[in-house]
Design a protein. Structure first.
Lengths: 482, 95
């Protein structure tokens, strides 16, 4: 077994037993990143990584290492990292060396992790294919003509392609779960408010949530232990105790009741994806779980609701980027208005501009009630659907994405791209935790199974996913090299 | 309803974006397609439904009104496009 196919748990054991050092595994990953053509990283922090690896080895030698000490990871380029470029995939922040650490970055540093670099992403996390990055498309390790998914496409490709042991991601409308599904890895979007948003560059603040992207559910539990927690610097951070997410991984799930929303298995779902998802559900039945059909009647409205709420919040959040205090400024502005107009027009990409304009329009006088207020009311109905469903079932299962990874460049208009987010958006709108776990293949491309849980049920989701991964080996499959 | 190029141009200006002629044409088409999607919301009965602004229905936490930030203006201004005398510099606004 090579270093890059090992999980966090396996690397931690090997480091403890002196089978290899953090310097050795970090160098191994850096060599692989160097040779890779996936374009998974925007910045490779090789010098910093080697320093962190050496410090980790010293700490392990003195007997003070923790489970994550010396483990190399990829950090999505949306998290501020002090002294390191934090571009959020945009020309606007191409010159932005963050003067401070995001709370998540701080926690990961405290855990003695080794940051290999900042992973590629759709600009400002707006996209489902990683084709909206200023730094170019990311390729899917399973087939380099295919998209890796987005917006955390670099993170997913890095983990699936053996370029990092795990990665961080953020999920506003599916940006952890969908690339995890399309690249065949495990991804967890926690309950809204579970992980601090401080220093995580905002897209849509009432939806954004960070989480781990890993090889296994066990690894996701280990990383979430380090990421989660109340943060007084984030006004929407939840004052909720953080359990040990690894504590219940081995609980039995034989009394589990699974809900299958009929709306998630209707028109638009690829037959082969449906088959793999249902095979996974049957695996749970064989493990003793009960399956029930449920209904989320308003879930079809998740797309129009999301594509009003998120652009409204983004048009407000991104107004701070004006070329005055940091980020891109146009050459030779003739007056202040020219400075604003040209810095923003030259600094933002096409999809970001579209969403800013949709938001600006939907929030403008005379249209607010018809769009933003209406969408917030629909959001309430979508959330109520889940409340009713969770009175009867422990977990909801279904597909993550209607298809497997599609060809790079094949989806040309925004609306078609938005429609592929149908199964992931509702969990964000309701603020619920969701996961994607590897559940099979179609045409040699990975298919993910989505799990959606009730608020604060991350432990339960990880337990369910871990039990599935003990019975199956989809998560252990790796793409051919070359 | 659908937006005209003139309206899209006005929306762009409100968002402090300037669009080239071809961008204006493309965005008018795209924005109308996206708003067409949003029209589906009209089919839902939402009378008497509370708008949901926060997923956990939490109210914003308040903190004591005391200074907690330390002065890091030099660090913050070190990444600014143009500064002078501790000020952020922009083209002259008032002669």
């Amino acid at each position: 077994m090579s270093i890059h196919t090992k999980t966090i748990a396996q690397l931690a054991q090997g480091l403890k037993n002196k089978e290899f050092s953090s310097v050795e595994i970090t160098q191994h990953y850096l060599d692989r990143i160097n040779k890779s053509d996936l374009n998974a990283f925007i910045t490779v922090t090789d010098e910093l990584a080697m320093q962190q690896a050496q410090a980790s080895d010293d700490k392990i030698a003195s007997g003070n290492g923790g489970i994550l000490t010396g483990i190399p990871y990829a950090h999505k380029d949306i998290f501020c990292t002090q002294g390191v470029k934090t571009s959020v995939g945009s020309k606007m922040l191409d010159n932005f060396i963050s003067p401070y650490d995001a709370t998540v970055s701080h926690h990961l540093n405290q855990a003695d992790l080794v940051m290999l670099g900042k992973s590629n992403m759709d600009e400002f996390a707006m996209g489902s294919s990683n084709e909206n990055s200023f730094y170019g498309d990311v390729k899917n390790p399973w087939n380099k003509n295919k998209i890796p998914g987005g917006s955390s496409g670099g993170s997913a490709a890095a983990v699936a392609g053996g370029l990092s042991c795990f990665a961080t991601g953020t999920d506003t409308g599916g940006s952890i779960r969908q690339p995890a599904s399309l690249c065949g890895i495990t991804g967890l979007k926690p309950t809204y408010g579970r992980v601090s948003r401080y220093g995580m560059i905002a897209y849509a603040s009432s939806l954004d949530q960070a989480g781990p992207m890993t090889k296994t559910a066990e690894d996701a539990a280990i990383v979430l232990n380090a990421m989660a927690g109340f943060d007084e610097k984030d006004s929407t951070s939840a004052q909720q105790d953080v359990p040990d997410y690894t504590a219940n991984l081995n609980d039995s799930i034989k009394d589990l009741t699974i809900g299958l929303p009929k709306e998630f298995f209707s028109e638009g779902l690829d037959d082969a994806v449906a088959t793999e998802v249902m095979n996974a559900v049957k695996e749970f039945e064989a493990m003793g779980a009960t399956v029930k059909e449920i209904s989320l009647p308003n879930s079809a409205y998740a797309i129009p609701t999301y594509y009003i709420v998120a652009p409204c919040e983004c048009s407000s959040n991104l107004s701070r980027l004006d070329g005055v205090r940091y980020g891109y400024r146009c050459d030779d502005p003739k007056d202040l208005e020219d400075l604003y107009l040209r810095s923003r027009s030259e600094g933002f990409g096409a999809e970001v501009k579209r969403r800013i304009m949709i938001g600006a329009y939907a929030l403008s006088a005379g249209y607010y009630d018809a769009y933003y207020l209406k969408a917030q009311k629909t959001r309430h109905l979508i959330s109520e659907d889940f409340k009713k469903a969770f009175a009867d079932v422990d977990v909801i299962m279904g597909p993550v994405s209607p298809t497997t990874a599609f060809d790079l460049g094949s989806v040309k208009d925004s609306v078609s791209m938005y429609l592929a987010d149908i199964y992931t958006l509702s969990a964000n709108l309701a603020g619920l935790p969701g996961m994607s776990i590897p559940a099979g293949f179609s045409n040699k491309l990975p298919v993910g199974l989505q799990l959606i849980g009730n608020y604060w049920s991350e432990s339960k989701l990880l337990n369910i996913a871990h039990q599935f991964q003990k019975q199956t080996d989809w998560h252990a499959k790796i793409p051919e090299e070359g | 309803m659908s937006l005209s190029e003139q309206q899209v141009s006005q929306i762009a200006y409100l968002a402090r974006l300037s669009l080239s002629d071809s961008e204006l044409k493309d965005n008018t088409k795209d924005l109308n397609a996206i708003l067409g999607l949003a029209e589906q919301l009209g089919a839902i009965e939402t009378d008497g439904i509370e708008p949901m602004a926060h997923p956990l229905h939490m109210t914003q936490r308040l903190r004591a009104d005391v200074v907690t930030e330390v002065d890091q203006s030099e660090l913050f201004q070190s990444i600014a496009p143009n500064v002078g005398n501790h000020h952020y510099l922009v083209p002259t606004v008032i002669e």
